[in-house]
Design a protein around this ligand. Structure first.
Ligand SMILES: [Zn+2]
Length: 115
């Protein structure tokens, strides 16, 4: 039976966003270059990090946070949402997961599937 993601397994999913992003891109595209760039702003004791994700030469997502890690995980999540929006209908299997039944991005976003 379908289970809703709980905050703890969302956190677990979030943790692996960068890996998932890589896996999904490998399934979708044979060749690609994925690059994370970082900018730091604000005071040293309270910095703000901005992460941009480049797929080939295009920025596909960005994220911000108080640590590099947070910024990159947030950016990776929006990159996944971006790819999901483009490819879910065409290639739903790419987003299938063992952790969640069916498309894990749909579960994560709590979006109705097949709408
Ligand atoms: Zn989906």
């Amino acid at each position: 039976m379908p289970t809703k993601p709980t905050p703890s397994n969302i956190a677990a999913l979030m943790e692996h966003n960068k890996n998932r992003l890589n896996n999904i891109l490998q399934r979708l595209l044979r060749e690609f270059s994925l690059k994370f760039t970082y900018d730091q702003s604000g005071p040293c004791n309270d910095p703000t990090w901005q992460c941009n994700i480049y797929l080939d030469r295009n920025v596909i997502a960005m994220g911000g946070g108080t640590t590099k890690q947070h910024a990159s995980e947030g950016a990776a999540l929006s990159a996944l949402e971006h790819l999901h929006g483009q490819y879910h209908e065409k290639y739903p299997n790419v987003f299938a997961s063992d952790a969640v039944k069916g498309c894990w991005v749909c579960s994560l976003l709590d979006a109705p599937s097949g709408a």
